[in-house]
Design a protein around this ligand. Structure first.
Ligand code: 9MG
Length: 272
């Protein structure tokens, strides 16, 4: 069980987290309210398709993406989180590294903080502990602007594992209960294709009894392996989600929820 604020989620079977980006280019086909309704509608559709968690993000973490200040990020994510919480029992997650956004999102009903910077920004650890939300601590080498320039590791699996252990220890020392913590190797965040493949092959070595989350959906790893552009990576993404679950992942963060849920149902049945 993962405790997410006042909710809990059973991770004895793997679950799907649907990606809900609320950056201006995502739902910008009308006025403010039309955009809000479109975003919430997309979130609810992903729940119908079987997503157990919806991850709402107001700032892109893609290489080269423009930074957004906390006020603007709150303006983007909070109304969506509030509306989703009013209309579904699925866990609503907030994809952010900023303490102000964490607090506002938790007050609006978010149960999970998905932080690609593993609570390393000033004040983020204290904010996350105070919210009672679950947290996903992700590994990233460098920052989104520079991370893909020259990623280097002595041993990628051991290095990522050591980083995540250190961040978990910091969280535990700050008073966060173990049943609120998820770890994530951060596919594509400061990693070459070979680093990503090594991590996927040896996912279980990240070890610990904490649940592992992965995000591989539509990423360049899929593009490199299939030669497909971002909009055509569904089959490759589903295959990697299946591999990740076979290798121990408990939460898969995806864009194509229905296809991934179907694929995982078959895997879970075979696994018994
Ligand atoms: C926000 N985001 C984009 N990719 C991600 C990944 O692989 N893991 C997590 N936790 N968040 C991600």
């Amino acid at each position: 069980m993962l405790r997410c604020g006042s909710q809990t989620i059973d991770l004895s079977r793997p679950v799907v987290m649907g990606v809900l980006n609320v950056t201006p280019d995502s739902f910008s086909d009308g006025g403010q309210y039309r955009e809000l309704d479109a975003a919430v509608g997309h979130g609810l559709r992903m729940v119908e398709e079987g997503a157990a968690i919806i991850d709402v993000g107001g700032e892109s973490t893609r290489p080269g993406a423009d930074p957004v200040d906390a006020e603007e990020e709150i303006r983007r994510v909070v109304p969506v989180i509030e509306k989703l919480r009013g209309q579904t029992d699925a866990i609503v997650s907030v994809d952010t590294s900023k303490p102000q956004v964490m607090r506002a999102a938790a007050a609006a009903g978010a149960g999970l903080i998905n932080d690609v910077r593993a609570l390393s920004e000033q004040g983020a650890l204290e904010a996350a502990v105070a919210t009672q939300c679950a947290v996903c601590l992700m590994h990233m080498q460098g920052d989104p602007r520079s991370m893909q320039l020259a990623p280097h590791y002595d041993d990628v699996v051991n290095d990522v594992k050591a980083f995540l252990e250190q961040r978990v220890n910091v969280c535990r020392a700050a008073g966060m209960a173990a049943d609120r913590i998820v770890i994530d190797p951060g596919f594509g965040f400061g990693k070459t294709l070979e680093h990503n493949l090594q991590l996927l092959r040896h996912l279980r070595q990240l070890g610990t009894e904490l649940p592992i989350m992965v995000g591989l959906s539509r990423k360049s790893i899929v593009g490199r392996l299939t030669g497909r552009p971002s909009g055509e990576r569904i089959y490759g993404s589903v295959a990697l989600a299946v591999m990740a679950v076979i290798n121990g992942a408990r939460i898969v963060r995806v864009h194509d929820v229905g296809a991934t849920v179907d694929a995982l149902k078959t895997v879970i049945a075979v696994q018994g």
